[in-house]
Design a protein around this ligand. Structure first.
Ligand SMILES: *[C@@H]1O[C@H](CO)[C@@H](O)[C@H](O)[C@H]1NC(C)=O
Ligand SMILES: *[C@@H]1O[C@H](CO)[C@@H](O)[C@H](O)[C@H]1NC(C)=O
Ligand SMILES: *[C@@H]1O[C@H](CO)[C@@H](O)[C@H](O)[C@H]1NC(C)=O
Ligand SMILES: *[C@@H]1O[C@H](CO)[C@@H](O)[C@H](O)[C@H]1NC(C)=O
Ligand SMILES: *[C@@H]1O[C@H](CO)[C@@H](O)[C@H](O)[C@H]1NC(C)=O
Ligand SMILES: *[C@@H]1O[C@H](CO)[C@@H](O)[C@H](O)[C@H]1NC(C)=O
Ligand SMILES: *[C@@H]1O[C@H](CO)[C@@H](O)[C@H](O)[C@H]1NC(C)=O
Length: 227
């Protein structure tokens, strides 16, 4: 069971700066994806799009493609919602990212809603981060700010945010454990569904006396607290 808790993925590629050059911004406004396709990072190691969950349903997320037959889901959108059918479409448009469900009711579901903000393009980066930019190359939204069960090199678990384990390797809905970068500088593990209270903790860094704000993961595989 512990095996399924948190995937910490190390990779040897250089992590890019937040503002990637526009030339790398490959996903143009009004691009769409069907459930049989995805947007790949330049190296082909990361894919943003649909992945199969269960026997015939799909979720939207990011897969780390180690080998064609060995992939790991590192991020999932709406992880606790039911999977969608193979007829769904993902649309990158002016308001952000939208899932068109293609049901008789013609329902849509927002994946990212940026409202009236002027969106320009998006990128699946080789760090595993999916980023949406405006036309000044400013990051409007990125998956690194919304971790699910995985922390990537260069990604930071900020104060008062948490990783929540997945149910299993095949089911990325929220599971039973969480790792919280607590407001007091302590990094704590609690069962899901319990209060942030010492009596519920089953592991802690015991650093509450230090003013730590972030959990960082370095290129050489070191997890450390910073402020
Ligand atoms: C995207 O689609 C909207 C709505 O159909 C349209 O107004 C806009 O010009 C399109 N933008 C691009 C860059 O294709
Ligand atoms: C993927 O599905 C779309 C829509 O159903 C279809 O038009 C397209 O040909 C399919 N592509 C592949 C590679 O199967
Ligand atoms: C994944 O697990 C959740 C929680 O146990 C369950 O409700 C859901 O049906 C499962 N999803 C699939 C596709 O089996
Ligand atoms: C994946 O493919 C490689 C090369 O074809 C093969 O050696 C390996 O056993 C496969 N792994 C799994 C888990 O199927
Ligand atoms: C998908 O679309 C096809 C063609 O419109 C339709 O026959 C089928 O029932 C749809 N499947 C689902 C699961 O909605
Ligand atoms: C981009 O920068 C220019 C010049 O600084 C500014 O006038 C413009 O409002 C900015 N556009 C956006 C979408 O922020
Ligand atoms: C850790 O993450 C914080 C927040 O993003 C960042 O400011 C800091 O530079 C990182 N520290 C190191 C040593 O990488």
């Amino acid at each position: 069971m512990l095996l399924f808790m948190f995937f910490l993925i190390l990779q040897t590629l250089d992590s890019e700066s937040a503002a990637a050059p526009k030339a790398n911004c490959q996903i143009k406004l009004n691009s769409t994806l069907s459930t049989n396709s995805s947007w790949l990072s330049p190296s082909g190691r990361f894919a943003f799009g649909f992945y199969l969950e269960g026997s015939d349903g799909f979720k939207v997320g990011i897969q780390f493609i180690e080998l064609p037959n060995k992939t790991t889901v590192i991020w999932t959108s709406h992880r606790d919602d039911s999977p969608v059918s193979k007829n769904a479409t993902l649309m990158f448009g002016e308001g952000g990212l939208k899932l068109l469900l293609a049901t008789s009711q013609g329902e849509d579901q927002n994946i990212v809603n940026l409202g009236q903000t002027s969106v320009y393009c998006a990128s699946m980066l080789d760090s595993g981060n999916f980023v949406i930019y405006d036309n000044n190359n400013t990051v409007l939204w990125q998956t690194f700010d919304f971790p699910t069960d995985t922390l990537m090199v260069g990604q930071v678990l900020h104060k008062e945010t948490e990783l929540i384990s997945s149910v299993s390797e095949m089911n990325h809905s929220s599971g039973r454990f969480r790792l919280l970068m607590q407001f007091d500088g302590n990094l704590v593990m609690y069962p899901v569904g319990t209060d942030d209270n010492t009596v519920n903790a089953y592991w802690a860094s015991y650093t509450a006396s230090e003013p730590y704000d972030n959990l960082n993961l370095s290129q050489d595989g070191i997890l450390f607290l910073t402020n």
